[in-house]
Design a protein around this ligand. Structure first.
Ligand SMILES: [Zn+2]
Length: 250
């Protein structure tokens, strides 16, 4: 694959299905459908294929660090152009670092351990880790309005929002975050929405001021927010209090 070509996760499953790494398990009656039309998207992949059964040999290989690294290098050199390879290696290492950092954020919250700001980490690693942690807690549901929408490719309507922005708080704890849809995220950051001491949605009187037509936002007022089930992941009242004091437009 040369540089500048858009790929998606469906390609390797389809195009490498005869390379001996795995066996695709088709949905019943989909054999002829697969022969007639190629798979070019995740939606199509999911509509014709149930899953992939990896071989015992591949399974053993990916559970071994050294073998896995060799496999990774071979795949990279075989299927990607030389100018793309270093970019993919960098992305893979960032993804790995972000995953580990997100696990640490969740573990620290779970055990109520002190949190050290990871200012030395690159911004993209921090952002990705915070996002991973918050998304897993809210399961892609907006904390304020409850909307949850995902595409077959895994694109989600919600974003991971800091309650106290990182620039000001240096705080990536999951309790300083909420998953918010774009409308609620913007409204929260602009101070049109906040969260009360009792975890209810607050809507600023400014939202309906002058030429505004806040629509659905007004129906959310005083409704309980959607929050993680476990107490140690629920938004921190100290962070929310800061938001009510500093950002919320009263
Ligand atoms: Zn929302």
């Amino acid at each position: 694959m040369p540089a500048g070509t858009a790929g998606n996760m469906a390609y390797p499953f389809y195009h490498m299905h005869s390379e001996g790494f795995w066996e695709l398990v088709l949905r019943p009656g989909m054999e002829s459908d697969l022969q007639q039309r190629p798979v070019t998207s995740m939606t199509r992949l999911r509509s014709v294929i149930l899953g992939a059964k990896i071989t015992q040999k591949l399974f053993q290989c990916i559970t071994d660090n050294q073998c896995r690294e060799q496999l990774r290098a071979t795949l990279l050199h075989t299927y990607f152009s030389p100018d793309v390879q270093p970019i993919l290696l960098r992305d893979a290492s960032e993804n790995q670092e972000a995953y580990e950092y997100s696990q640490r954020l969740l573990a620290a919250a779970e055990k109520a351990m002190p949190y050290a700001a990871a200012e030395d980490r690159p911004r993209q690693v921090r952002d990705q880790a915070f996002r991973k942690a918050v998304m897993s807690l809210y399961m892609h549901r907006c904390a304020l309005c409850g909307i949850r929408m995902l595409t077959p490719d895994g694109h989600t309507i919600v974003e991971a929002a800091h309650i106290r922005p990182w620039s000001e708080s240096k705080d990536d704890r999951p309790v300083n975050g909420m998953a918010l849809c774009r409308l609620c995220h913007w409204s929260f950051d602009e101070g049109f929405m906040s969260v009360s001491k009792d975890y209810e949605v607050l809507v600023s009187p400014m939202a309906r001021a002058e030429q505004n037509n806040p629509g659905v936002i007004m129906t959310l007022e005083h409704r309980p927010i959607f929050k993680p089930e476990e107490d140690h992941f629920i938004p921190d009242q100290a962070c929310l209090s800061w938001h009510r004091r500093v950002v919320f437009k009263t």
